[in-house]
Ligand binder design. Structure first.
Ligand SMILES: Nc1ncnc2c1ncn2[C@@H]1O[C@H](COP(=O)(O)OP(=O)(O)O)[C@@H](O)[C@H]1O
Ligand SMILES: [Mg+2]
Length: 327
């Protein structure tokens, strides 16, 4: 069986006034149908850039895919024309941005904004069918259809984000990319939105990429997890591999160490010492070596290979390469 999405060796640079930022460095990921992948890592790791690359929404003049492929349903999205990509965006792949106002137009009624995506993609539907679908999708995200003639500012933050989710789901995409969809929301609304997304996934069989730096959310929502750092996937595996296994990348250990008990919500994240490197000036060898408590000589000069721990569980660290001694 082929995967719904296969990203291979994706390498992305941003051109800035100060130089070239190497923001994604040979990122490979895959997602099966109906599966949710959690993409985790600290701010600046390259999570949003990965999402924007899939959507082909990198800033036109400054963001460049240098290498790699993004194969979705057997076609490389990077090879499509803009017109072909527009048909995929919204209909087959849609994205929920962190800030709902990125996606909502303040001067258009909420119902009309949802209807717009049907008008573009579902030319087979009659006007009456579209109206009915707008009502259904609003109800599905817990908003009374009677409010469809209101404007975004008449909605609370949580409701706006649910409208954005409704918009993203209108055309029942095969893949939903949610970029920190709940970060801006308070805890109660956050739980509601996540519950909703999980229900929709079950109901529609949508595959999801869920971007977050909250491992608690990942443990509740995701079958697969990729841990990203400085534009590199350092560890990848099933949620079980990541949450109950014993073999982990030292960076994952650091991240997980910050949430010793997922059930105790009062536990604060304790950040790992040091800072993520500047992508304009990445360290030699392993990108994590300057912060790694297990760093040894080789880590400073040689880039580690991706080692298979077991099944799909991989770790990119010299400690896991054959022939290296564990302490
Ligand atoms: N448009 C841009 N131009 C230049 N650098 C950018 C741009 N967008 C993001 N970056 C840089 O790329 C790196 C990765 O950013 P991003 O993909 O937003 O990470 P994340 O979503 O994991 O926080 C960061 O160093 C960030 O400063
Ligand atoms: Mg981001």
């Amino acid at each position: 069986m082929t995967n719904l999405l296969d990203i291979k060796d994706l390498t992305v640079d941003y051109k800035t006034d100060d130089g070239i930022s190497h923001v994604l460095n040979r990122v490979s990921l895959s997602i099966d149908k109906g599966e949710t992948l959690g993409l985790v890592g600290e701010t600046g790791a390259g999570k949003t850039t990965t999402a924007l690359s899939i959507m082909r929404l990198l800033p036109r003049k400054t963001g460049f895919v240098k290498n790699g492929e993004i194969v979705f349903e057997d076609q490389d999205l990077l090879k499509l024309t803009e017109a072909e990509m527009r048909l995929i965006r919204g209909e087959k792949i849609s994205m929920i941005f962190q800030d709902p106002m990125t996606s909502l137009n303040p001067v258009i009624k909420v119902g009309s904004q949802i209807r717009e995506s049907l008008e573009i993609h579902r030319t087979d539907m009659s006007g009456a069918e579209m109206d009915k679908r707008v009502d259904e999708i609003l109800e599905m995200v817990g908003i009374p259809a009677s409010r469809k003639n209101e404007y975004p500012h008449q909605f609370s933050g949580g409701m706006k984000q649910r409208v954005v989710i409704a918009m993203a789901l209108t055309c029942e995409p095969e893949l939903l990319i949610a970029d920190e969809p709940t970060t801006a929301l308070d805890v109660t609304i956050q739980a509601q939105v996540l519950y909703l997304m999980n229900n929709l996934k079950k109901k529609l069989g949508t595959s999801m990429i869920l971007i977050t730096h909250d491992l608690g959310i990942v443990s509740q929502m995701c079958e697969k997890v990729a841990v990203m750092y400085a534009g590199t996937i350092l560890e990848y595996g099933t949620a079980e591999d990541l949450f109950s296994g014993t073999e982990h990348h030292p960076y994952t250990v650091g991240l997980f160490g910050s949430i010793p008990d997922l059930k105790v919500s009062s536990k604060r994240l304790s950040p790992i010492d040091g800072l993520m490197p500047d992508p304009m000036n990445l360290p030699k060898g392993c990108v994590f070596h300057p912060r790694c408590p297990k760093c040894f000589e080789k880590c400073k000069t040689a880039e580690p290979a991706v080692s298979v721990v077991k099944g799909e569980h991989t770790i990119k660290c010299h400690l896991f390469e054959k022939g290296e001694k564990h302490e």
